[in-house]
Each structure stands twice: as C-alpha cells, then as structure tokens.
Design a protein around this ligand. Structure first.
Ligand code: GSH
Length: 227
C-alpha cells in the first residue's frame, strides 16, 4: 500500500477526500488525527497543519481538491471524478470551488464562531456568512434544478465537495423548504454509499444534530491543539 491519509472522520474536508477514495475502492492507510503524536506528524508534513494530507510513496499532497486530482491521475478507478475532456472538467472545477468557497467556508465560519469564548465572537462576520449561504443556496437551487449531480454529468469531484459542505451547512444554517432542489440533492448525496460510509464512520455524534456538529468540531480542534 502506498497511500496514507492523515485525517479525522468529523472533518468536512477529510470526508471530501474519503468519498473519492471510497468511490473507487482505493486502498489506503488511515492515520487518524486524534492525539499529539499524530498532530506532530501532520505538522512535520505540512507546516500549516491543515488536513487532510495524503502521502503517496513519500510524496506529500495537501488540499482536498488537489488530493482528488492526484488520485485521478495516479490511482484512477471506474468512477472518473474529473472528466477526461478538459472542457467538461472546467464545469466540475467550478462547482468544486463554489462548494468550498461559498458553502464550506461560511459554514465553518458559523461553527467556529460558536466555539469561541463569548467575548471573542464575531457577529458581523457570522451575519455575512449566513447571507453568503442564503445566496449560495439560491444559486444552487437554480443550478441543480435539472441535474442529478452537481456538474450536470455523472458523480464527480464536485459532488465529493458538495456532500460534507451541504451536510454540515444545513445544520449551521438550515436549507429552507424554498430550496427544494438543494434539499433533494443533499438527500441524494446522503444516499450515495461512499458518503454514507464516511458519515457512518464519523459516528452517531457527528450524524445526529447541530450540537453534534459543534461537538465534532471541538473534538477535531482539541486533538489538534491539545490543552
Ligand atoms: N483548503 C483546505 C482546507 C482544509 C481545512 O480547513 N481543514 C480543516 C479541517 S475540516 C482544518 O485543517 N482545520 C484546522 C486548522 O485550520 O488548523 C483543503 O481544501 O484541504
């Protein structure tokens, strides 16, 4: 086995990569980031300390989207997460960026703000994040109206990004009934075996509720920054 993934099962960006690995049954060693030793190993690999990080035969690959691109190039399987045609691949990249920037980022802003001490909270930034999510949900609802998967073709890297982003965003800032296409798409993602597996591995705490999301995030942070 050449691949080691440094990850935590509650982390949205780790789930994004886990989906890609599970879609093509790519074998890998899971280095769980749950103690000081694993955090130190991660910091030695990637000074920014963000995760996931993939190590492939000594080569260090960071950034979830780049990891998925790497998997497509070096460990391809039957599910092509980036289409071969570069023009089609552009559509996948657009949706991938949108889920990271317009859904994952504001979702994390809301969640992380809740974990701050009361006096350090940023209500203005959280209001901005909520407004961004409302705009993103509206745009996605139109964009997904006629699509089964995010980029309009088969299941792709964009759906790997979308699944944890919408899964957690709905807890942080609920997707209203008005955005029926987004809600239906989120349900399709949750029924996809690769994502269902990633969510099951995160366990009942991460799956169950909005407070579960906070507990999960706190667990990830405390394993990274032990008291
Ligand atoms: N742009 C990075 C973001 C990764 C990221 O923010 N990961 C979170 C966990 S979901 C993290 O590392 N949080 C801890 C930190 O930022 O120190 C990617 O796409 O991989």
């Amino acid at each position: 086995m050449t691949l080691t993934l440094y990850a935590h099962p509650f982390s949205s960006y780790c789930q994004k990569v886990l989906i890609a690995l599970y879609e093509n049954d790519v074998p890998f060693a899971y280095r769980m980031l749950d103690d000081e030793q694993s955090a130190a190993e991660l910091a030695a690999l990637w000074p920014l300390g963000r995760f996931p990080v993939l190590v492939d035969n000594g080569r260090i690959v960071m950034e979830a989207t780049v990891i998925i691109e790497h998997l497509c190039l070096y460990h391809p399987g039957p599910v092509r997460l980036f289409p071969e045609d570069p023009r089609e691949a552009l559509g996948v990249r657009l949706m991938d960026r949108s889920f990271d920037n317009d859904v994952m980022t504001p979702m994390q802003k809301i969640v992380l703000d809740r974990l701050r001490p009361e006096e350090d909270r940023d209500p203005f930034g959280v209001a901005e994040a909520r407004a961004m999510l409302d705009k993103a949900y509206g745009w996605l609802d139109e964009t997904l109206a006629e699509r089964e998967w995010a980029a309009g073709g088969g299941f792709s890297a964009a759906d790997c990004a979308a699944a944890p982003a919408l899964f957690y965003a709905d807890w942080a800032h609920p997707i209203s009934e008005a955005w029926g296409h987004v809600r239906a798409y989120r349900r399709r993602l949750l029924a996809r075996p690769s994502f269902a597996r990633a969510v099951d591995e995160a366990g009942p705490t991460a799956r169950s509720s909005r407070s579960g999301l906070l507990t999960a995030t706190e667990a990830v942070r405390s394993s990274r920054y032990p008291a």
